[in-house]
Design a protein. Structure first.
Ligand SMILES: Cc1cc2nc3c(=O)[nH]c(=O)nc-3n(C[C@H](O)[C@H](O)[C@H](O)COP(=O)(O)OP(=O)(O)OC[C@H]3O[C@@H](n4cnc5c(N)ncnc54)[C@H](O)[C@@H]3O)c2cc1C
Length: 388
């Protein structure tokens, strides 16, 4: 896929190299231990450490700041491959790129250098926006950061935070002008901060028990009178909501690529099984109902991949990608959910059993329709852009 303006659907040699690196990592390091982490719900430390050695936790951080410096397109190639191996483990790895985004978008040179290099040296981070009363409605957050002198006092709690348990620092959205909350100017009242895990007043809840992605921890992060030096404000005060929206433009193609990876895995497993399993004297794929179902799965996976590539290309070429990212995220997530359900159907009764791979895929994929903006919110965005 060319990212320099000319149209080509074949990957460049560089793209193939990074795709191969991620594919090998997914097949050799992730897939063999996926079942273990799914069953134990442990954090996949050994895999994350190896991913750090390859730079996969700093994919989007430029080399100048200690990261791998991938383009959006390359990041999507990697995300698809890692999610093929296990989307729980790939989320545990990929969330670090999400956590870094507010720093890369709004941060000063000094902040990018410090936090980029700390990530390059093996630290982890998490992205804290959602709250118990506000998920889709980002401006509904209640966390406040009130300034006195050179210090902000941060109070509030964030929930469903991926990677919260082991993160060394958090990027946190809070109201710096709490009086604007609930008014038409609320979007100008929020700011992003980088907050250290070991500061007094920062605490993390127990990991939530959840349907899938057991290798990726999800927990509450509580800020109780945390004293945040003004040097930890990211960018300008009042620009936090804008930065959060810019984060989505970058994070959604990558999340959508992960959904494609899970769907590709479901397709691969379905094809393999449909060749091995016989009924009425023939392999089940030769029953047209099953063969067509698998053909439909393949069409949808390919269509979603192209939407992801277009959304990623838009970012790399500097074009506005809000609609393209919403197309990719909505379609890839919904498609992958359906493809995983269909894969379970191809497996029949065995598909329902946890000793076969598609049961896990069906549990893991559901979250893609929820995080980084639900499928409904993506449609709201598309609708808004269409009727602008
Ligand atoms: C496993 C997991 C990991 C997560 N990781 C993170 C993380 O690392 N950092 C972070 O900040 N957040 C994270 N989240 C939060 C996630 O982004 C939110 O759950 C998501 O944005 C939805 O918000 P909500 O749960 O409050 O649902 P709500 O916003 O309450 O929505 C409930 C339902 O109503 C629908 N709905 C709401 N508003 C509208 C509307 N205007 N139009 C149409 N339908 C609407 C939604 O689509 C949904 O179906 C995570 C969530 C989960 C479950």
């Amino acid at each position: 896929m060319s990212t320099n303006g000319s149209i080509s659907f074949s990957l460049s040699a560089e793209h193939e190299d990074i795709q191969r690196l991620a594919r090998d990592f997914a097949r050799n390091e992730i897939a063999p231990v996926a079942e273990h982490y799914d069953k134990t719900h442990e954090y996949p430390w050994p895999v994350v450490k190896k991913a750090q050695e390859l730079g996969l936790t700093t994919m989007n951080t430029p080399e100048a700041y200690g990261g791998l410096g991938l383009t959006m397109f390359e990041e999507c190639l990697v995300s698809e491959e890692l999610a093929w191996g296990c989307s729980g483990i790939s989320t545990a790895i990929g969330v670090n790129s999400l956590g870094m985004l507010p720093i890369l978008i709004g941060g000063s040179e000094a902040q990018k250098t410090e936090y980029g290099n700390r990530m390059g040296d093996g630290e982890l981070c998490a992205y804290c926006v959602t709250e118990p009363e506000a998920g889709s409605d980002v401006s509904g957050i209640a966390t406040t950061a009130v300034k006195q002198g050179d210090v902000y006092t941060l109070n509030g709690s964030k929930t469903f935070i991926t990677g919260a348990i082991n993160a060394n620092f958090y990027t946190v959205l809070a109201y710096t002008s709490p009086d604007l909350r609930g008014t038409k100017n609320r979007y100008k009242g929020m700011s992003f901060f980088v907050v250290e895990r070991d500061w007094e007043g920062v605490s993390v809840g127990k990991p939530f028990e959840k349907l899938g992605q057991h290798a990726s921890d999800t927990a509450e992060v509580i800020f109780d009178n945390v004293q945040v030096p003004a040097t930890h404000l990211l960018g300008e005060e009042g620009k936090g909501f804008l930065y959060a929206m810019k984060v989505f433009d970058h994070s959604r193609p990558s999340v959508a690529a992960g959904a494609v990876g899970v769907a590709q895995r479901a397709l691969d497993e379905a094809i393999k099984y449909a060749k091995e399993r016989y009924s009425m004297g023939q392999p089940i794929w030769q029953h047209q109902a099953i063969g067509h179902m698998i053909a439909d799965m393949a069409i949808q996976v390919e269509a979603a991949r192209l939407l992801v590539w277009k959304a990623a290309w838009s970012v790399d070429s500097g074009a506005r990608n809000t609609t393209a990212a919403a197309f990719a995220k909505a379609y890839a997530a919904d498609m992958a959910m359906k493809v995983c359900v269909d894969a379970v159907q191809v497996f029949g009764g065995y598909g329902y059993m946890s000793e076969y791979p598609v049961e896990k895929l069906m549990r893991d994929i559901k979250i893609y329709q929820i995080y980084e903006g639900t499928s409904q919110i993506q449609r709201n965005i598309i609708m808004r852009e269409l009727f602008r």
